[in-house]
Design a protein around this ligand. Structure first.
Ligand SMILES: [Zn+2]
Length: 426
């Protein structure tokens, strides 16, 4: 090539660079793709991404494919095991002959055993609580094998008494705890099964019912294998990395027919990291990028805890970790939690937000063990947790109503933009 040719080539490169500088980045947030992934993950195919029907693992396989389709360099499935109580079978309850609807009229405590039979009821009078009288009453033959009915929060106040009722020496068959609607369902303490069933019912539960009939099956899974899905996009440098995390598991089933779709919790965050992965395959990053879809989060952070103990990249190499959990909502003030080591980065998040107004404001709360950033935060990884709280979808948290129809998509774009801006400038 002659000298003129070289000069022309330089000029050409210069023009290209100039275009690259002014042109917007290719394929930024992709709302359509995001919605598609949220919809798929919340569909009946994955049965609430729980364990007994393999919903979580099937969703994990779907995600592995989605990451591959997004064009990432590598997808790794990281298996781990957990013990978990599940309710995939019979789930029938009637009160004085009236059929109750699972998920709506009653839900189970996650550590409840199955139960079958007809039972009398013993109502706890919380306004005139008298421990001695209660245990005297419960010792009477006519109260043998009753279900105790009590305000759920009040039962905490009298924790010792309720523990005694839960014991073998007390002839109580189980508990109905009244609580606010819509009724919630959990998995966090489901690694065990207690002796007597605990069932949540709404405050509107009859104040003078005589009997309940129950036919409820549980299935305790021991050493059940599930897996984290890890996608990697290679950067130009490999000495440090950014990590985006979101849990893809949820609560699974409450009986044969009812499943907890978990569109906000956390199909929303999972879909966000899928589209972020796609974005970085098209905009090659400076540092390696990991996108980790954790399983076992609603079962008490089991997947993230496992990864933090068995990281595939040294934790010290993580420049920043972004945990995205429940952003399928619309509060313009974005809630977040930040690890001590992440506070320098938080100042940048605030700076970016003040300049670009992705959110009306950021609201930083106390660090808590409520999502997958926590096992990293306690291991001194700089990290932030985004959860959009108190918007229109938040009231459906852990209820049967957290489905695709009730998901809100407003927070996706600002979350996407604030984290990608952050990576550009940190
Ligand atoms: Zn959850």
């Amino acid at each position: 090539m002659n000298k003129k040719g070289i000069m022309n080539k330089r000029l050409f490169l210069g023009i290209l660079l100039a275009i690259a500088f002014v042109a917007p980045r290719l394929d930024a947030q992709d709302l359509k793709h995001y919605k598609k992934v949220v919809k798929a993950l919340s569909s009946s195919k994955y049965q609430g991404r729980g364990y007994a029907k393999d919903g979580a693992n099937k969703a994990g396989q779907y995600l592995a494919k989605e990451f591959a389709k997004a064009g990432v360099d590598e997808v790794i499935c990281q298996p781990f095991k957990l013990d978990i109580n599940t309710f995939p079978g019979k789930m029938a309850m009637s009160v004085d002959g009236k059929k109750q609807v699972p998920g709506k009229d009653f839900t189970m405590r996650e550590f409840a055993p199955g139960v079958k039979g007809e039972f009398g009821l013993y109502y706890i009078d919380t306004a005139n609580y008298d421990s001695e009288k209660i245990f005297n009453d419960l010792a009477k033959p006519e109260n043998k094998n009753v279900f105790v009915v009590c305000d759920f929060l009040y039962s905490y106040k009298r924790g010792k008494d309720f523990q005694r009722m839960q014991g073998k020496d007390c002839a109580v068959a189980g508990f109905l705890y009244t609580w606010e609607e819509p009724l919630k369902f959990y998995k966090a303490y489901g690694e065990k099964v207690v002796g007597k069933p605990i069932i949540w019912v709404p405050y509107r539960f009859p104040k003078d019912a005589k009997t309940i009939k129950l036919d409820i099956e549980n299935k305790f899974l021991k050493n059940y294998e599930c897996f984290n899905v890890i996608a990697k996009v290679e950067g130009r440098r490999h000495d440090s990395c950014y990590v985006f995390t979101a849990h893809y598991d949820h609560l699974g089933n409450l009986g044969k027919k009812v499943f907890y779709a978990g569109a906000n919790d956390n199909a929303s965050g999972t879909a966000t990291i899928v589209t972020l992965a796609e974005y970085y395959t098209k905009n090659k990053p400076e540092f390696d990028m990991y996108f980790i879809a954790f399983s076992g989060e609603d079962a008490n952070l089991r997947g993230s805890e496992f990864f933090a103990n068995n990281p595939i990249v040294p934790l010290e190499q993580i420049k920043y970790l972004f945990n995205i959990d429940m952003i399928g909502d619309n509060n313009p003030v974005q809630y977040c939690e930040v690890s001590d080591e992440g506070m320098r980065g938080y100042a940048l998040f605030e700076k970016i937000n003040n300049e670009k107004h992705h959110f009306k404001a950021l609201n930083r709360g106390e660090l808590a063990g409520n999502s997958d950033h926590y096992p990293f935060a306690v291991r001194h990884v700089p990290c932030i947790f985004f959860e959009n709280e108190q918007g229109d979808a938040f009231k459906y948290y852990h209820t049967i109503h957290d489905n695709y129809k009730n998901a809100v998509f407003d927070s996706y774009e600002p979350v996407f933009k604030i984290v990608t801006d952050f990576v550009d400038r940190y």
